[in-house]
Design a protein around this ligand. Structure first.
Ligand code: SAM
Length: 244
């Protein structure tokens, strides 16, 4: 997969992309991430990338020309790349969206700053607008990092064989997890996990996953993949919860 990022703060990306899973995915060639400074596409002698908004009002707006030149330059050898604008006005980012993006061969992220980007960029060059939540950040860089992190770990091989069914897989939250020691300050690991009985462990995990989702995120259950066996477990959970 190839990922291009357009930003006026390229340095912000160095640390997150030099650690752990992202670093390994980059060095092993699973993902090719290229950071582009939008200023390099400005023909202005001061390399300006922003200007005052028409109609007045506070703040500055990112000019269209440097961003569009950047997109066109990246697309020259990569025509099918999907252009993603980071904006609080976009579709809220979810695991399903990450799964969809991870199927793309090539993505271009535009990171806004100031009061955002000129509307014509959004209207004519952007394929998708993504928000990472209902709050306003100073810039699109952190938001793009969040999106890219969740996408890259979905690329087959990125987790180095440690792939598991994380939260949101099949629409549920993950079950509780434990590691050694078996007993910590009197708190025991659930017996079933020590039993070596894989079938019982799988049933316990599924039930805990359904229970956790029922308690914390009942909204997810409406969209989750629920089997006949799950329905039996959900009925048990209902009784368990009623009994406290
Ligand atoms: N005036 C804009 C608005 O009200 O929609 C907000 C601009 S914000 C201060 C500057 C930039 O940060 C945006 O252009 C966008 O790239 C990024 N940004 C801020 N919040 C975001 C969010 N929740 N998700 C994705 N990007 C965000």
């Amino acid at each position: 997969m190839r990922i291009d990022i357009l930003t006026i703060f390229p340095e912000m990306f160095s640390s997150p992309f030099e650690q752990s899973i992202l670093k390994r995915a980059i060095t092993s060639g699973l993902v090719d991430i290229r950071i582009h400074n939008i200023r390099d596409y400005s023909h202005d002698k001061h390399r300006m990338t922003d200007d005052y908004p028409y109609g007045g009002g506070g703040g500055m707006l990112m000019k269209p020309e440097p961003i569009i030149r950047g997109v066109e330059s990246i697309k020259r050898d990569n025509q099918a790349a999907k252009v993603v604008l980071m904006t609080p006005q976009g579709i809220r980012y979810t695991q399903q969206k990450a799964v969809n993006l991870a199927r793309s061969d090539s993505l271009i992220f535009i990171c806004g700053r100031y009061e955002g980007v000129d509307e014509r960029v959004r209207e004519f060059w952007v394929d998708e607008e993504i928000s990472i939540g209902d709050y306003v950040l100073t810039g699109g860089e952190l938001a793009a990092m969040v999106v890219i992190d969740a996408v890259v770990r979905l690329i087959p091989g990125a987790l180095g064989g440690g792939e598991t069914a994380d939260s949101f897989y099949e629409g549920l939250l993950e079950y509780p997890q434990y590691t050694r020691p078996r007993c910590y300050r009197g708190m025991m690991v659930p017996e079933v996990l020590l039993s070596g009985n894989h079938q019982e462990i799988a049933i316990w995990r599924r039930k805990e996953s359904l229970k956790r989702t029922t308690i914390r995120r009942p909204d997810l259950l409406k969209e989750a993949k629920i089997s006949k066996k799950d329905e039996v477990l959900l009925a048990e959970i209902k009784i368990d919860l009623k009994q406290g």
